[in-house]
Design a protein around this ligand. Structure first.
Ligand SMILES: [Zn+2]
Length: 143
């Protein structure tokens, strides 16, 4: 048996990339020069905090993840390839920036509002891509 050598591509290349550990995801942000706030993703047309047009603003990548605010179990797939049931949640990935994502957990009982989750790659070998999933950062919590 040999390992598949095809390099996987991000499902949403403007949003994230595989981190150096080969499992976590780094998110692409842009930092406003006017208010120094972070906006996501890096190609937004204006600062999410003050509306600055972000001309010449610095783009940066940070480990994806943040505080899990709320979540709900979905019993029907919202998109092709999405498993059901699955858990969708709102994650505060930076100050004032909340993104919706799929939470990788067996069920809601291992989750609680306010817990820290981190973004990891969900490999879809058949499509040659990886997608973004959030999983509890605490290793004591079994996903
Ligand atoms: Zn700003």
């Amino acid at each position: 048996m040999t390992e598949p050598q095809t390099p996987l591509k991000p499902l949403h290349p403007t949003l994230y990339q595989l981190a150096e550990d080969g499992h976590s995801l780094d998110f692409f942000f842009v930092q406003c020069r006017a208010c120094s706030g972070l906006s996501f993703p890096a190609n937004v047309p204006g600062c999410a905090h003050c509306g600055d047009p972000l001309v010449d603003a610095q783009k940066l990548s940070r480990p994806g993840g943040g505080e899990l605010l709320e979540y709900v179990t979905l019993h029907v797939p919202l998109a092709p390839g999405m498993a059901a049931p699955s858990i969708a949640g709102d994650v505060r990935i930076a100050d004032g920036i909340v993104e919706e994502g799929v939470i990788s957990a067996s069920d809601e009982t291992v989750l609680r509002p306010g817990m820290i989750v981190r973004a990891v790659a969900e490999v879809r070998e058949a499509q040659g891509v990886y997608a973004c999933r959030f999983m509890p950062a605490d290793p004591k919590v079994t996903p």
